[in-house]
Design a protein around this ligand. Structure first.
Ligand SMILES: *Cc1c(COP(=O)(O)O)cnc(C)c1O
Length: 399
């Protein structure tokens, strides 16, 4: 261009989004937050049970460890890409203690900036344009979006109550399985709160081995369980390490959602691929956070059972309250969610809007987790028992 000077002094460019994000709906929880802000602006005292973000603080001993770690100059420099070896050793020790699973901390553990980061990046390492990724619906919204970003195609596996919210592999056509590169599964499940039995994982391993599919199991809620019934790790099952990895997080276990630390364990070739993406995109986790997280992973089980007890009381109050009002509710064995059917005459969004506007109670519409969640709503147990009681009272008045 030879006449640059003819361009006006304050030009405005037209900003065109790339097609990979142009038609994406806004992130589910951004939309819900907006609904909440609007209700609060009208003066409504909103009981927010929409987001899976623990209201309880990070336990004191972890916060103290962080305060000490943050003062150490050696932590102020770039961390290593794969995570400090001492952190990865603590993860391996935790898996051994909790699941009796042996992991090589050098090759079978990778640190993540929260498990969302790993879930968001993994398709970039393995999915070619047009490859199929099996994605559960309802499910964590990041699985189909990360698939899309990599140019892959999501094939939806509906999770229905009559199939215990487990995917039915028998209904997936053979030609789809042949084109499948990767599968996401998640138990204890968000949003349905279902757990998976050993036989299910064995079936997953057989299918993965037969069709050469990378299994990505998201175990973010393995430590939030009820009635003393501990969920399984995918890694406990014979052959799991040959077909995939497990994502994990400190977020939900230790009330550390704001800290941004998680990890993936399992198949070393899969972890190497994810690590290659990460080493080109991020520079690891602040080492002070990793040092405090070592302390977190060594937390006495008494502390965790205290947290579980709080969730269990909340679960019982909300479950009994909603059942008393005639709702059909799945009683969670794990996770801090209640998956309930919207009453007759309402779809997911209609009911969420009604309950927010008339009762000031905010839940998440089930269809936000995928079309198969239509007709359900999700309540998060992240408010106090008193607020849950009040929420039930308020809902009672508007039914
Ligand atoms: C909360 C959540 C995550 C993400 O947790 P991070 O904070 O990124 O570790 C991953 N999967 C599911 C199903 C979740 O609910």
């Amino acid at each position: 261009m030879k006449n640059n000077r003819e361009v006006p002094l304050k030009p405005e460019i037209s900003v065109e989004m790339a097609s990979r994000i142009k038609n994406l709906p806004p992130y589910l929880f951004a939309t819900i937050d907006q609904m909440k802000q609007e209700a609060m602006a009208k003066g409504v005292d909103v009981i927010d049970m929409s987001i899976g973000d623990p209201d309880l603080p990070t336990p004191d001993h972890i916060v103290s460890a962080m305060k000490k770690a943050v003062g150490k100059p050696e932590h102020h420099r770039y961390p290593s890409y794969e995570g400090m070896l001492s952190f990865r050793e603590a993860v391996a020790a935790w898996y051994k203690g909790r699941f009796n699973v042996d992991l090589d901390p050098k090759t079978e553990v990778l640190s993540l900036i929260g498990s969302k980061e790993g879930i968001g990046h993994i398709p970039l390492a393995f999915v070619e344009p047009g490859d199929i990724v099996l994605v559960p619906s309802p499910g964590y919204p990041v699985y189909p979006v990360s698939t899309l970003f990599a140019g892959g195609k999501s094939y939806i596996m509906p999770l229905t109550e009559d199939h215990h919210f487990l995917p039915d592999f028998n209904v997936i056509p053979e030609e789809i399985l042949k084109k499948t590169k990767l599968m996401f599964i998640n138990y204890p499940n968000n949003p349905t709160s279902a757990c998976a039995p050993r036989e299910f994982y064995e079936e997953v391993i057989r299918i993965a081995a037969k069709y050469n599919i990378i299994v990505c199991h998201d175990a973010a809620y393995s430590e939030v369980y009820y009635d003393g019934e501990k969920p399984l790790s995918f890694m406990e099952i014979d052959g799991a390490k040959n077909v995939g990895i497990e994502f994990h997080s400190l977020s939900k276990t230790y009330n550390m959602t704001g800290w941004r630390i998680g990890f993936a364990v399992g198949n070393r070739a899969v972890l190497a691929g994810l690590g290659k993406i990460k080493s080109n995109l991020d520079s690891g986790i602040f080492q002070a956070i990793q040092e405090a997280s070592i302390v977190a992973l060594e937390t006495d089980d008494k502390v965790l059972s205290g947290i579980r007890k709080i969730y269990q009381e909340r679960r019982d109050v909300l479950y009994n309250g909603l059942v008393g009002l005639g709702f059909e509710v799945i009683k969670p064995k794990a996770s801090f969610y209640l998956w309930a059917k919207a009453p007759k005459g309402y779809d997911s969004s209609g009911f969420v809007t009604h309950v927010l506007e008339k009762a000031g109670v905010l839940a998440t519409p089930g269809n936000g987790f995928g079309a198969s969640g239509e007709g359900y709503v999700r309540f998060a147990l992240t408010v106090t028992v008193d607020r849950i009681r009040e929420a039930v009272e308020r809902i009672k008045k508007i039914l």
